[in-house]
Design a protein around this ligand. Structure first.
Ligand SMILES: Nc1ncnc2c1ncn2[C@@H]1O[C@H](COP(=O)(O)OP(=O)(O)OP(=O)(O)O)[C@@H](O)[C@H]1O
Length: 295
């Protein structure tokens, strides 16, 4: 996957304030189930934050709350220093959905999916202007999907589909980008390319919240981590938050933990895994071992 990380200088929209602020947020679904309880954390702009937790821990619910799709029973969420509704009206929040949320049989071309990111910038008739077409061209180029623009979305591979939805978020020019499991079903090369793209978006000052089960890649590209289990168990800099003790609290018995020996030295390698990309803590790398023991 060729991703062109260079991009015409992105300019922060006027009035952009703090990143994402979640204050005591509680979501109760209509059936009475409390999916999120007293969740609080802050994410500054120019950062990538991992959202980590088991299935059902409330990650998608939190995304829905940040996008204003579900009502808060209590608490408050602000995005870029403004209420969610205002940030949505200004197209500041972009969302890259999980693959299973999308109907891939819907007959639509790749370039049309990316153009959907421009809808919020168009008038009622949704007639694209040259600026909209240019934004689509740039977004497709940025994720290396220009050659696929006339293909039906349903004909693409899992990794290619992800790239198209990333392009839709780029075309929207959202300053806050929520990514729901962007690495599921993509190969390691595509994952690395997506990570490079996210880092370049971070360098432009954007805010990314990424739910992922690929624990091994979190310390690689996420400045911050939010650990979720119905509520926020811990949040902060990844180096301080993404510790073995916190992960065990987050995943309980679900997280597989192997202690492997290297060259006959028992316990020299800890492997924590929730998915295909495990987190490996090496005994011969003291910094990581110290992080693992620090909580
Ligand atoms: N519309 C709904 N009505 C009632 N309960 C719901 C609804 N949507 C989700 N839930 C419940 O809320 C809890 C949190 O669900 P959510 O989808 O936020 O979890 P998740 O962390 O995103 O899971 P996954 O990793 O499987 O995507 C789960 O117990 C789920 O069953």
């Amino acid at each position: 996957m060729n991703i062109a990380v260079s991009h015409p200088a992105a300019v922060a929209p006027a009035g952009v304030g703090a990143g994402i602020r979640v204050d005591d947020a509680t979501v109760i679904y209509r059936n009475g189930h409390t999916a999120l309880r007293n969740a609080s954390f802050d994410i500054p702009t120019g950062t990538i934050t991992a959202l980590v937790g088991v299935n059902g821990s409330g990650k998608s619910t939190l995304f829905k709350a940040i996008m204003g799709f579900v009502r808060l029973a209590r608490g408050n969420i602000s995005v870029l220093g403004q209420p969610v509704e205002r940030a949505l009206k200004k197209n500041l929040i972009a969302y890259v959905p999980q693959s299973d949320e999308v109907d891939w049989n819907f007959p639509v071309l790749v370039e049309d999916v990316v153009m959907m990111g421009r809808y919020g910038h168009m008038g009622l008739l949704r007639r694209p202007k040259p600026a909209d077409r240019q934004a689509v061209d740039v977004a497709l180029a940025r994720v290396g999907m220009t050659d696929f623009r006339k293909r039906q979305i349903g004909e693409l591979s899992g990794g290619q589909k992800k790239r198209v939805f990333l392009a839709r978020a780029l075309a929207q020019d959202g300053w806050v980008i929520l990514l729901d499991e962007p690495f599921t079903g993509v190969d390691v090369k595509t994952e690395d390319a997506i990570i490079r793209l996210l880092k370049s978006l971070r360098d432009e000052g954007r805010v990314m919240l990424v739910s992922t089960h690929n624990l091994g890649s979190v310390p690689e590209f996420c400045d911050r981590t939010v650990l979720l289990k119905g509520t926020v168990l811990a949040y902060g800099q990844t180096a301080e938050t993404f510790t073995q003790a916190n992960l065990e609290k987050t995943f309980g018995g679900v997280l597989r933990h192997f202690v492997l020996s290297e060259g006959g030295r028992p316990g020299s390698l800890d492997v924590l895994t929730d998915d295909e990309r495990p987190l490996v803590l090496r005994g011969d790398r003291p910094a990581e071992r110290d992080v693992a023991k620090s909580t």
